[in-house]
Design a binder for this molecule. Structure first.
Ligand code: PNS
Length: 181
């Protein structure tokens, strides 16, 4: 383990899935500390508020002593430098993730050459999993058991219960589409 190394694991986490937790667990075995950093982005309309996402992440990672949860806005590299992190941790599920991740890694390197992006691959059981799919399946009444922590399953069920029952479920799911975290 690289004891002195702090790694940032950034994302939207709307909501956290078992795929994210798989990456966090792998990361915490490699690095001294993993800071899970939730992007606070006013331009996007998430399903869960920043406070809700932080709370779910904190509960889901409470068992790991070298994992912290925080939020950030602005440039990721600025936040990483503020945290004294030297690694940005990202998960790659499939080839489709690669192009975007590659662009981000190179842009972040250009902005802060001392910070290295490290990619980890989650268990194949989660290679199809994304927060957007979880939101969609939950809103349409499908089972997401085993794909998210129990507490997230409950919170999603609560959200779905208060959603507009008119047949426009995607509109209630936030503005995201495709395979994103
Ligand atoms: O879970 P996501 O949506 O794939 O995470 C994307 C995230 C939060 C890692 C990315 O959008 C990000 O780092 N945003 C912060 C703003 C920034 O630094 N942009 C330049 C990145 S190259």
């Amino acid at each position: 383990m690289n004891e002195g190394v702090i790694a940032i694991y950034p994302g939207s986490f709307d909501p956290v899935t078992n795929g994210h937790l798989d990456i966090i667990e792998r990361g915490r075995k490699i690095f001294g500390q993993v800071v899970v950093a939730v992007l606070f982005n006013r331009a996007k309309q998430p399903l869960f508020s920043i406070e809700e996402r932080l709370q779910m992440l904190r509960e889901a990672t409470a068992r790991w002593d070298n994992v912290a949860v925080d939020s950030f806005s602005g440039l990721l590299v600025d936040y990483a430098i503020q945290c004294q992190a030297t690694v940005i941790l990202r998960g790659i599920r499939a080839v489709t993730d690669y192009e975007f991740e590659f662009q981000m890694a190179l842009m972040n390197r250009r902005l802060a050459g001392e910070i290295e992006t490290v990619f980890l691959v989650p268990s194949e059981a989660f290679s199809f999993l994304s927060s957007s799919l979880v939101r969609e399946v939950a809103s349409l009444g499908g089972s997401i058991s085993g794909l998210v922590p129990r507490l997230v399953e409950t919170r999603l069920a609560d959200k779905v219960a208060v959603m507009d029952p008119s047949p426009r479920p995607q509109a209630a799911l936030g503005d995201r589409s495709g395979l994103e975290d």
